[in-house]
Design a protein around this ligand. Sequence first.
Ligand code: NAD
Ligand code: MN
Length: 359
Amino acid sequence: GKKLTIGLVPADGIGREVIPAAQKVMEAALPNRFSFLHLDCGFEHFQKTGVALPAETVQRLRDECAGALFGAVSSPSHKVAGYSSPIVALRKQLDLYANVRPVASPLGATGKPIDMVIIRENTECLYIKSERLLSTPLGKIAFADRQITEYASKRIGRMAYTIASQRLAARRAASGSSAGSLPPKATVTIVHKSNVLSITDGLFRESVRAVQADDPTFADIHVEEQLVDSMVYRMFREPEVFDVAVAPNLYGDIISDGAAALVGSLGVVGSANVGDTFVLGEPVHGSAPDIAGKGIANPIAAVRSAALLLAHIGESTPAHRINAAVDKVLVANDPSILTPDLGGRGTTDKVVRAIIAAL
Ligand code: NAD
Ligand code: MN
């Protein structure tokens, strides 16, 4: 068939190690299916050229690629003139309004399998960065505006129900033969704090609910709500009960980083930045300057991000195979293969070879 063009944007630090690793796994899962386009971006590129995100990178992603895989950028904590994070700019320019983060492990922190997906709204909430500082006779006062729109909330709600429907279909297909067991179900948990923030979070929860009420194709998805503070409590105690969770930007940011701790390491959690016309897979970790260049970065987060990318562009069979191969390597728990973040003494390369062997 026709080749799929996949953009690869490794950017900085261990991005340069984990993206080629993920590329090898994609090639092994679907030989001769992809053509890869290597594109520049990042802090190191900025230091060389004065540009963090070349216009050519954005344009070629848009015009030539079915989707892309991003590594990580380094963002110095001091302000550098002319530099701002290229991943934030990329999400904006490609209108990637959802951050989709599966938190899955055959053996989670509570000793049980975890298989949830967090869908974080990526464009508004407190992150519109509308802040003011007033000096008053009583001292300084800082304000921030929080924007919740019906449009963005419905858009992210639709994404959550769509993903829940896909998971339900996959569960039904998998359980087709086992008579007598409970019928598969899918649940969307709406995360908010509308008991306190009744106008903003109230609009979020109503809008997400309205999407289901208006669309009969989502009728068989079970909808629940969880206040964000008790969501954190329940995720710590019984993460295995959750399926799909959808949240406004700030709550989604916090619960999704916290959820990474439930599955062992930042080095195993992938994500996808998703819009209506483009998807960008991205491991949730950063450029990890402390281990960059040593060949010991865990490639699993990037590999799972590649699987997510494939699932979003209609290649769900290889996506499942890749995740199953990763699970096998994790369950085997061989310290001579796994990288140091998971307590092993292996290398990026050994993990890649083990995943490919398990495919
Ligand atoms: P980090 O994720 O880079 O590293 C945190 C810790 O986790 C480090 O000890 C690192 O060695 C370890 N780690 C991360 N990924 C790993 C992997 N794949 N395998 C093994 N160990 C791994 O976060 P940080 O140290 O706070 O930030 C470093 C740089 O990355 C900063 O410049 C920061 O701005 C940037 N950053 C970028 C992104 C992004 O690109 N989206 C996200 C977070 C941080
Ligand atoms: Mn974050």
